[in-house]
Every structure is written in structure tokens, then in C-alpha cells.
Design a protein around this ligand. Structure first.
Ligand code: IFM
Length: 457
């Protein structure tokens, strides 16, 4: 077991390991009406009564659009080598298609230059849930044409930013975009219990991913690396009751294999295809789609928060299954802390999907952090969370998994979607009224971990 070294830091990472943080555009940028940006589905959804906690929206959030230089300085102070951010499609293409909004492109172009000046590798994600509302008005991800529009938007980004970006992601957590938005109804556009639409959306997201890869290969930077970042939740049955054991298998199919199998194997899992037959999934899949979807990726992004303990629950919208948290301590999201599951799932990914380069593209926890006006916010539970996951990662590397980097979610406290601002995930505390950023102890731990790792200790 790779324990922390005598200096309190975790050894075992290669010198060029990608230490990073992750953010997303809608959650941190603000400036929703500035620079020619068009509205996204989240602008509309978050302003609808009753959709979000306290009616909160991200009109301003961390105001990163105006504070980006300072935020890059924070990253440099931590010694980061990678920054995973997302490009807001409606900022660069206000209606989702047609001409580029140059002011929006300039924003990301300057951000990328700023990162490179600070020695930080830019790692953009093309889609982190903020679909241009104009495309939603034409059916959004339910409409197959959106996949084509996404590929055109992706091609434009490869063309304009690809001279300086070597590492891309297509989608963040497509399971959330499909199933939390069209079955759970908690994410924009907030449709509830519509399995036929959710499945269609999942297929169109995957199709758009494959089309974007093909666009990259035909671009001016064909050898840049690209992948996708699903949220991976290794499942465990709640009990040894055969119904719970079967539910854990099905949830694994629903959440993990439904996205990984088509990308890596060119086929949907048979058990889930059979389960989804009644929702008309076969009609959404056209000849050749799976060849497009399985266009080779260079990297796999793994968003890892916790395992999923699954029990049969006939009343659940999710195919009669529920994910439950039983073992305290829980994070502010009500999630269990399960670093061992990160180690184990990385080995499983290698076994089932091959020796692809892996980045942990999100890993972090929300706690009820309190700023007392001092220079540092004490967050011992996050230090514990991050350090234990970093240890698990070191063990996976020692066991032969090709892990290239780790991005803490998130640099800053930010807008946690329908849950608003109460869930603080940042390494930096954000005092929203003043936009002051205050380092948490976990930021300092991560900084020192990075330095110790680079020093070879
Ligand atoms: O804030 C989100 C992020 O947008 C996607 N992954 C999970 C995070 C925490 O819930």
C-alpha cells in the first residue's frame, strides 16, 4: 500500500505527472450577457421558478470572466501543470451554429496564452452542459442534427485554438446530460421520466463525440490528443440479495458500460440494449453510428467522486434501482468517501478497455467550509479526501495503470448547478460579495504535494 511519505506527501508519481484542477464555464465565468455570448439552456433553466436551490443562477458566480488573470496566478502559485476548463459553446457561437463570435473566441485564446505563459497545459472540454438555447429550441440533444452542429463547433475550436492546445475532451459526464436531464429532471432542460428521449440524447452525445474526433483528425492539429470524460461510478450491491446483486450489474450497465463500451468496443452492452428495447433505442441508432462513436480516443477522462452502492428500489425512476450512501462520513453532497474504489476501478478500466492514457479529470468533495476572515480556511476533511485519493492513484500507477494526471474539482467554490452556491468544492474559498479568493488548507496541501512530487520525494 502506497502510504504517505515521512514528509506527509504521497510518493510514486512520475516527474511529468499532470497535477491540475478542473472547472467549467457556466459554473465560474458569469458575464452571461457580455462579449456577445448567447443564452444557454442553463441561463433559461436557472431562471425558471423552482428549478434551483434558492432560485440561484450563475449570472455572476465567480466572475472568472473578469478575474481570469488572477485565477491563473492562483494556479501558478499552486505549481499546477494542467488546467481543465470548458469552453462555453454559446460564448463562441451564440446560437450554436453559424459564424463565430470573435470576442468569445478571444476570451479563450487569451486564457490559453495566459496558461502557456505560466507553464500550464490547457485542457479544454468542449461541452460541459451549457447548450446554446437556440439549439434547444430546435430540440436540443434529442435532435440528431445537434450532433452535427457540435462537430462543426468543435472543428472551429480546433481551427482557432488547435495551434496551442494539444489535449482536448469532448463531453463532460454524458450520463448526466442524458439521464439526470431527461429522467431525474434535475439538470437543464429538466425533463422528467422520459426514457425514450434520454436514450436518444445519450446516443446523440456519443455520436457527436465521434464526429468531433473525426473533425480533429481532419484539422490543422490532427495529432492532438482527445477523449471523453464520463463520470465513472464502480457499483457495489447493497446486500447479497440476488436482486441487489443484479441491480448493481444493471446500474453498471446504465452508468458506466453504456458510455464506455461504444467508445472503446464499438458496441452497446447487450444486456442494456435488451433492457432498453422497450424505449425504442434501436430506432435512434443508424448504420455506421457505432463506427463513428468508436473513432479511436487518445485519452480517457475519469470523473471520480465515489462508488455507487446499489439496491433494488421498485419506486425509483432509474429502472427500479437506487444508489444509496450508507457509510459515514458523508460529504455535503451526501456522498460516501471511497478512495479504494478509485484504485480498483482504474484497474478494471485497464482490464476491460485497454491501456489508454487516463486523466482523473475530476475528483473532489464539498464541505461546509467557513471563512473566519483569516488568511487560510481550514478544511481538514478535504485534505483527508484529496490525499487519500492521491494515495489510491499512486497505488494504481504502481499496479500498472497509465494515469497521466489528476485534476481536483475544483479550483474555486462555484455554482453547483441546481444546488446553487451552498456546496463548496473549491481549493479556494470564494467570498462571493467581494469576489475575494482565500486559500483553503487543501490548496496548500496540494501545492506542497506537487512540489514534493516534483522534487522526487
Ligand atoms: O460540479 C460538478 C461538475 O460540473 C461535474 N461533475 C461533478 C461536479 C460536482 O457535483
Amino acid at each position: 500500500m502506497a502510504a504517505q511519505g515521512s514528509n506527509g506527501f504521497v510518493p510514486g508519481f512520475p516527474a511529468n505527472f499532470g497535477w491540475g484542477v478542473a472547472t467549467s464555464a457556466y459554473q465560474i465565468e458569469g458575464a452571461v450577457d457580455e462579449g456577445g455570448r448567447g443564452p444557454s439552456i442553463w441561463d433559461v433553466y436557472s431562471h425558471e421558478p423552482g428549478r434551483t436551490a434558492g432560485g440561484e443562477n450563475a449570472d455572476v458566480t465567480c466572475d472568472h470572466y473578469h478575474h481570469w488573470r488572477d485565477d491563473l496566478d492562483l494556479m501558478a502559485e499552486l505549481g499546477l501543470s494542467v488546467y481543465r476548463f470548458s469552453i462555453a459553446w454559446p460564448r463562441v457561437m451564440p446560437t450554436g451554429k453559424g459564424p463565430l463570435n470573435e470576442e468569445g473566441v478571444d476570451f479563450y485564446s487569451r486564457l490559453i496564452d495566459g496558461l502557456l505563459e505560466r507553464g500550464i497545459t490547457p485542457f479544454p472540454t468542449l461541452y460541459h452542459w451549457d447548450l446554446p438555447q437556440a439549439l434547444e429550441d430546435e430540440g436540443g440533444w434529442v435532435n440528431r442534427d445537434t450532433a452535427q452542429h457540435f462537430a462543426e463547433y468543435a472543428a472551429a475550436m480546433f481551427d482557432r485554438l488547435g495551434d496551442r492546445v494539444d489535449l482536448w475532451l469532448t463531453h463532460n459526464e454524458p450520463w448526466v446530460t442524458a439521464f439526470m436531464a431527461y429522467v431525474g429532471g434535475e439538470k437543464a432542460p429538466g425533463v422528467r421520466n422520459n426514457w425514450p428521449l434520454a436514450l436518444r440524447v445519450s446516443h446523440h452525445l456519443l455520436l457527436s463525440h465521434g464526429l468531433a474526433i473525426q473533425a480533429l483528425r481532419g484539422s490543422r492539429a490532427p495529432s492532438a490528443k482527445i477523449g471523453i470524460a464520463p463520470n465513472i461510478h464502480p457499483t457495489v450491491p447493497f446486500s447479497d440479495n440476488p436482486e441487489d446483486i443484479d441491480a448493481a450489474r444493471r446500474w453498471d450497465g446504465f452508468q458506466n458500460r453504456w458510455f464506455l463500451d461504444p467508445v472503446f468496443k464499438g458496441s452497446y452492452p447487450e444486456d442494456m440494449l435488451a433492457e432498453y428495447e422497450r424505449f425504442g433505442i434501436a430506432e435512434a441508432i443508424e448504420d455506421g453510428d457505432l463506427t463513428v462513436i468508436s473513432s479511436p480516443v487518445d485519452v480517457l477522462g475519469v470523473n471520480f467522486y465515489h462508488h455507487a452502492m446499489i439496491k433494488r428500489d421498485p419506486g425509483s425512476l432509474y429502472l427500479g434501482m437506487t444508489s444509496v450512501a450508507v457509510q459515514p462520513p458523508f460529504t455535503e453532497m451526501g456522498w460516501e468517501v471511497t478512495p479504494e474504489a478509485l484504485h480498483d476501478v482504474l484497474l478494471r478500466l485497464k482490464r476491460d478497455y485497454g491501456d489508454v492514457e487516463i486523466y482523473i479529470t475530476e475528483n473532489g468533495a464539498a464541505f461546509a467550509d467557513v471563512w473566519d476572515g483569516g488568511d487560510v480556511v481550514e478544511d481538514p476533511r478535504r485534505v483527508d479526501f484529496v490525499s487519500r485519493h492521491v494515495e489510491a492513484l499512486a497505488r494504481a500507477i504502481a499496479d500498472g495503470v497509465n494515469v497521466k494526471g489528476h485534476c481536483v474539482w475544483s479550483l474555486l467554490d462555484n455554482y453547483e448547478w441546481e444546488k446553487g452556491y451552498a456546496k463548496r468544492f473549491g481549493l479556494y474559498y470564494v467570498d462571493y460579495p467581494t469576489q475575494r479568493r482565500i486559500p483553503k488548507r487543501s490548496a496548500l496541501w496540494y501545492r506542497d504535494q506537487i512540489a514534493a512530487s516534483r522534487a522526487g520525494s
